[in-house]
Design a protein around this ligand. Structure first.
Ligand SMILES: [Zn+2]
Length: 355
């Protein structure tokens, strides 16, 4: 009986997935793009995306290769280059993570969409007009966003055991912090990622059960890892072009807490104790374009049918009243007066049960 149990245990250890073993992080030198980091060292460089039908792109990368072996964690921000708080949080983490204290490897891409950042263009890559968090796993012969996505998939996702994708309210979004837990339907992977999202510590968590399942059409960065069997999460903090120290702090501290949870750093994680689990989103879109006036603030609790804002023409005549379809938490509301027909007015998180 004991012998049989031991046999089963050994079998389970043998077939446990890569993320349970930190397999990729046990190399002496870890390479991403032009970066080569030796054990106990943080090195910097770039993923050089060559020119194709449009311009080349140099995506900055830092790699902290721990003194000891462990999991490989990839952190990525700035797919939307004007979600500033998340970009600044990863810039801070490059300096804060001490590779000598680290078990495992951290790959940091603090600013993927450099053209968006430089030209102050929200949501899209101004080079090709594409969303840099919708084109994964990418194409080597596509436009700049497709090619960048391809190199991030092959250089970053394929080498990582876990990823964290960092976002926040863009210039036109007044957002309260929240995270996404991607429910893939694979029980062991989902239990692992649930542990990560709780360890990050944000107290509002969206249960995301409708993401693509096909790794060849993963669309999102985080989903590119999840569809490849790598437990991963997405986090959001920051709003409307600001870099508030409290938003940067929740992103930096959340990352360090996940790293403690993964045993990459010494110390105990600080998980969210009583998170609000969001079952689904009740988004409100503008039925008319014009000037938007909000009547509620981010984080407010909203009743079904409540008026959350209105749109007028350029001479003050009301064209459209935006009302909540369901009750929930206001995750974000439009932060600027300019609005076009079909633009997002608000996203309301409808509260569900703890999974
Ligand atoms: Zn974003």
């Amino acid at each position: 009986m004991m012998r049989a149990l031991l046999g089963i245990c050994l079998l389970l250890i043998t077939i446990s997935p890569a993320w349970a073993q930190g397999r990729a992080g046990d190399r002496e030198v870890f390479s991403v793009g032009t970066v080569k980091a030796s054990r106990g060292q943080t090195a910097t460089g770039a993923i050089e995306v060559p020119a194709g039908s449009d311009a080349a792109l140099s995506i900055p990368v830092a790699v902290a290769h721990g003194a000891k072996a462990g999991p490989v964690l990839a952190l990525l921000a700035g797919a939307h280059g004007t979600e500033y708080a998340s970009i600044i949080a990863l810039e801070k983490l490059i300096g804060d993570i001490d590779a000598k204290q680290l078990s495992g490897t951290v790959i940091i891409l603090p600013l993927v969409n450099v053209p968006s950042f430089q030209k102050v263009v929200p949501h899209l890559n101004p080079t090709d007009g594409k969303n840099m968090n919708r084109m994964y796993p990418g194409k080597v012969d596509g436009t700049q966003t497709d090619r960048a996505s391809y190199f991030i998939t092959t250089q970053v996702v394929e080498q990582a055991d876990h990823v964290i994708d960092f976002h926040g309210g863009d210039i036109d979004e007044s957002l309260r912090p929240y995270s996404y837990w991607n429910k893939t339907g694979r029980a062991d992977q989902d239990a692992f990622s649930r542990g990560m999202v709780l360890a990050f510590g944000l107290d509002h968590i969206i249960i995301s059960a409708d993401r693509p399942k096909d790794p060849k059409d993963s669309r999102y960065f985080e989903n590119t890892a999840s569809t490849r069997g790598k437990p991963s999460i997405t986090v959001e903090a920051g709003h409307a072009g600001t870099v508030e120290s409290e938003d940067v702090a929740v992103l930096v501290n959340g990352t360090l807490s996940v790293m403690r949870h993964l045993k990459m750093l010494p110390g105990t994680p600080k998980p969210a104790e009583n998170p609000v689990w969001i079952d689904h989103l009740a988004d409100v879109a503008a039925e008319q374009g014009g000037i938007f006036y909000p009547l509620v603030k981010r984080g407010a609790y909203i009743n079904a049918g409540m008026k959350i804002g209105y749109v007028t023409d350029y001479l003050g005549r009301t064209l459209f009243e935006a009302r909540a379809k369901e009750a929930g938490v206001l995750l974000y509301v439009r932060a600027v007066p300019s609005i076009n027909k079909g633009d997002a007015v608000a996203s309301i998180g409808v509260v569900g049960k703890s999974p």
